[in-house]
Design a protein around this ligand. Structure first.
Ligand SMILES: N=C(CCC(=O)O)C(=O)O
Length: 452
C-alpha cells in the first residue's frame, strides 16, 4: 500500500478512537503509540488487512464498573469506585494487575489493560489482557481499613473472575498484604481454593521470585539491550525512579551485576546517593515502603552520603542508563533532552508507559536504546504466569528454577523485539518491535476464533 494511504489509515483510525473514547488521554496515548507502528505492518500483510483487528483490540471485550462501599475506623461509610477491564482473551484468560490509587479512572485502566494485552503476548505464555483497580487511596489507612476495603472490593469482583476466566494480581497500591485479603475474601465467597490471583504468599500458592520479578526482568532486558552495542551492566551508572517493589528489584539486580544505582524517587522528590544504593540500603527501601510512607527524603535522612532534591525528578542526574520505575507519564520531553545531553545510552522502562510520546520520539531520533514497559517490565506478569503453572501442577519450583525461566523469557522478548524492530542500520526500535511482536500472536488467535 502506498505511504499516503497508510498515513491516511493511521489518521482515520486515531480519529475514530478519539471519537469513541472522549476524555481518556492515557488510553488514547497508549493506542496511538501502537497504531503508528502496527498499522503499517497490517497494511503490508494481507492476512491481517481489512479484518478490523486493531479496532477490536482497542475495544474492551467487557468493562465492569462497580460501587465499593466500606466503613472506616471512625465508623464513617466510604464509597469508592471499582473497575475491571477485561480487554482481550484471544490467547488466554484475562491477566493483569489491580491498582489502588486516587488517580485510578477508566482511562488509566483501559491504557493499562490495552498495554497488558501486548505485554502478555510477548511473554509467549497463555495469558490475555486485563487490568482493574479502584480510586481508593491506601496511604494513611490502617491495616483493618485496608482489609475491609479489599473485602468490599472482592465481594463484587469475585462474580467476574476465576482461574480460567480472569486472574488478577498486584500493581501500584496492591502488594502481598492486599493480595492476601483479596484472596481470603474470594475463597470465603466462592468456597474455592484456586490460582485465581497471582502474587500470593508462599504459604498459599505463591511463587518464589515473584516480588523481585518485575525489577529483575527489567535488568535482564536492559542487559540484552546493552549487549547490542557491546556494553554490559558492570560499571554502568543508573538513574532509577520510584522505590516500590519494582524499583527495589531493579536496584537489587543492578547491584548484583556490578552496576551502580545513584537515585530513587518518591512523590516528594528524589535522592542522589554518590556511593550507590547497595547493601543494607537496598533492604531499607522495602522497610520504607512497608512503613506505608512514600517519602524518598527519609532515605537521605538515614544515609548522609545521599542528598535529597525536593520536588525534582531524577532525570537531571548524569547517568549511563535511566530506568523509570514509578508510574505513567513521569518522564517528559525536557527530561529526555537532559538525559541525552548528559550522555545517556539506554532507557529501559520499568513502569507502565512512564515516558510521554514526545520523550519516546526524542530518544528514538537520537538513537538512544529505548524499550517500552510492555516489553521490558513483562517479567512481573511472566512470573505470574509461572506461578499459574506451578499452581496447575501443584508443585513449587526453586528460586533458581523460576529465575532461570524468567531470564529465558526476557531474552526471548528481547529477540522478538529485535526481529521486528531492527532497522537497516542495525538500530533496534524496540517500540515498533514490541508492538508488532505482541500484535501477531493475538491477531492469529483472533483470526482463528472468528468475529467474536
Ligand atoms: N502489574 C503488573 C503485573 C500483572 C500480573 O502479574 O498479572 C503488570 O504487568 O503491570
Amino acid at each position: 500500500m502506498e505511504q499516503y494511504n497508510v498515513e491516511q489509515k493511521i489518521q482515520d483510525f486515531i480519529a475514530d478512537i478519539e471519537a469513541r473514547n472522549p476524555n481518556e488521554p492515557e488510553f488514547l496515548q497508549a493506542v496511538k503509540e501502537v497504531a503508528v507502528t502496527v498499522i503499517p505492518f497490517i497494511a503490508a500483510h494481507s492476512q491481517y488487512d481489512g479484518k478490523k483487528l486493531l479496532e477490536r483490540m482497542a475495544e474492551p471485550e467487557r468493562t465492569i464498573i462497580f460501587r465499593v462501599p466500606w466503613v472506616d475506623d471512625s465508623g464513617e461509610i466510604q464509597v469508592n469506585r471499582g473497575f475491571r477491564i477485561q480487554m482481550n482473551s484471544a490467547i488466554g484468560p484475562y491477566k493483569g494487575g489491580i491498582r489502588f490509587h486516587p488517580t485510578v479512572n477508566l482511562s488509566v485502566l483501559k491504557f493499562l489493560a490495552f498495554e497488558q494485552t501486548f505485554k502478555n503476548s510477548l511473554t509467549t505464555l497463555p495469558m490475555g489482557g486485563g487490568k482493574g483497580g479502584a480510586d481508593f487511596d491506601p496511604q494513611g489507612k490502617s491495616d483493618m481499613e485496608i482489609m475491609r476495603f479489599c473485602q468490599a472490593f472482592m465481594t463484587e469482583l469475585c462474580k467476574h473472575i476465576g482461574p480460567e476466566t480472569d486472574v488478577p494480581a498486584g500493581d501500584i497500591g496492591v502488594g502481598a498484604r492486599e493480595i492476601g485479603y483479596l484472596f481470603g475474601q474470594y475463597k470465603k465467597i466462592r468456597n474455592e481454593f484456586t490460582g485465581v490471583l497471582t502474587g500470593k504468599g508462599l504459604a498459599y500458592g505463591g511463587s518464589l521470585i515473584r516480588p523481585e520479578a518485575t525489577g529483575y526482568g527489567v535488568v535482564y532486558f536492559c542487559e540484552q539491550m546493552l549487549k547490542t552495542i557491546g556494553q554490559d551492566i558492570k560499571g554502568k551508572t543508573f538513574a532509577v525512579s520510584g522505590f516500590g517493589n519494582v524499583a527495589w528489584g531493579v536496584v537489587k539486580k543492578v547491584t548484583e551485576l556490578g552496576g551502580k544505582v545513584l537515585t530513587i524517587s518518591g512523590p516528594d522528590g528524589y535522592i542522589y546517593d554518590e556511593d550507590g544504593i547497595s547493601g543494607d540500603k537496598i533492604d531499607y527501601l522495602l522497610q520504607l515502603r512497608a512503613s506505608g510512607n512514600n517519602r524518598a527524603e527519609d532515605y537521605a535522612t538515614k544515609y548522609p552520603s545521599a542528598k535529597f532534591f525536593a520536588g525534582k525528578r531524577p532525570w537531571e542526574v548524569k547517568c549511563d542508563v535511566a530506568i523509570p520505575a514509578a508510574t505513567q507519564n513521569e518522564l517528559y520531553l525536557e527530561d529526555a533532552e537532559m538525559l541525552v545531553a548528559n550522555g545517556v545510552i539506554c532507557v529501559t522502562e520499568a513502569a507502565n508507559m512512564p515516558s510521554t510520546l514526545d520523550a519516546i520520539n526524542y530518544f528514538l531520533d537520537n538513537k538512544v536504546l529505548f524499550s517500552p514497559g510492555k516489553a521490558s517490565n513483562a517479567g512481573g506478569v511472566a512470573t505470574s504466569g509461572l506461578e499459574m503453572t506451578q499452581n496447575s501442577i501443584r508443585l513449587n519450583w526453586s528460586s533458581e528454577e523460576v529465575d532461570m525461566r524468567l531470564k529465558e523469557i526476557m531474552i526471548g522478548i528481547h529477540k522478538a523485539c529485535s526481529d521486528y524492530g531492527k532497522d537497516k542500520d542495525g538500530y533496534v526500535n524496540y517500540v515498533k518491535g514490541a508492538n508488532i511482536a505482541g500484535f501477531v500472536k493475538v491477531a492469529e488467535a483472533m483470526l482463528a476464533q472468528g468475529v467474536v
